[in-house]
Design a protein around this ligand. Structure first.
Ligand code: PGA
Length: 249
């Protein structure tokens, strides 16, 4: 049985006080939880959130990291910094990074390499735009994203990868992929991992769905056999909604 994950991606939202309050509310609401819950706050709030969630079993992820190790890269945050702050996860390849910061598959491959080198587990995002879906080319597109940024990894390295399928047209739009569309793509991704890394790795891989996950649709999405949880944006900013989504697991 794969352990399910709910990750909350707060993006560039909240003040430090709001971040502390939200963390506290999630921790309080999470009694007897046996799922894996990951919060991805903005970098400046990581310590605050760590203090608030201490002892709860909730884990922390970065929203991004640099492809460089250290040095004169003003404004960047490195994988080694995250590691040194006891942050076990990092999101790499979110569509907002790809679109607004022009991150390419090649750059993301470097980020994946450096994150793994410093012992982080990577939540690697993939997913097609609306145009690509309308052309029915989404599977080729996602396959290419995986091939160019992940499939150079060896078996051992790949164990530290979690994949998040996030169709761009579903992110922040209120229009989630249907459970059948999500299952179809997740199954496809697992098949590709199977043909590259074999049965054991494919069976163990967690594939999260992201894109307008809400309390109302979470149960149906998470009921699909290849959907191992969710990467939640907007709804993770509201403790009540986020807790309902966790409960839907
Ligand atoms: P959303 O964002 O839940 O607000 O659609 C998901 C994400 O970007 O990870």
């Amino acid at each position: 049985m794969r352990k399910k994950i709910i990750a909350g991606n707060w993006k560039m939202n909240l003040t430090v006080k709001q971040a502390a309050d939200l963390s506290k509310a999630v921790k309080t609401g999470l009694q007897n939880n046996n799922h894996q819950v990951i919060l991805c706050p903005p970098f400046p709030y990581i310590s605050t959130v760590q203090t608030e969630i201490d002892g709860s079993g909730i884990e922390i992820g970065g929203q991004n990291c640099s492809d460089r190790e250290n040095g004169a890269f003003t404004g960047e945050v490195s994988a080694v910094m995250l590691h040194s702050m006891n942050v076990p996860y990092v999101i790499i390849g979110h569509s907002e990074r790809r679109i607004f910061f022009r991150e390419t598959n090649e750059l993301l491959r470097e980020k994946v390499n450096i994150a793994l080198h410093y012992g982080l587990q990577v939540i690697f995002c993939c997913g097609e735009t609306k145009e690509i879906r309308l052309e029915e080319n989404q599977k080729n597109f996602v396959e290419n994203q995986l091939e160019e940024s992940l499939f150079h990894l060896n078996d051992n390295e790949f164990q530290a990868i979690i994949i998040a399928y996030e169709p761009v047209w579903a992110i922040g739009t209120g229009m989630n992929a249907s459970p059948a569309q999500a299952q179809d793509m997740h199954h496809f991704i697992r098949e590709k991992v199977y043909s590259t890394y074999g049965q054991k790795t494919a069976d163990a891989l967690r594939i999260l769905y992201g894109g307008s996950v809400k309390p109302e649709n979470a149960f149906d999405l998470f009921s699909q056999v290849d959907v191992d949880g969710g990467l939640v944006g907007g709804a993770s900013l509201n403790a009540e909604d986020f807790l309902k989504i966790i409960n839907a697991l």
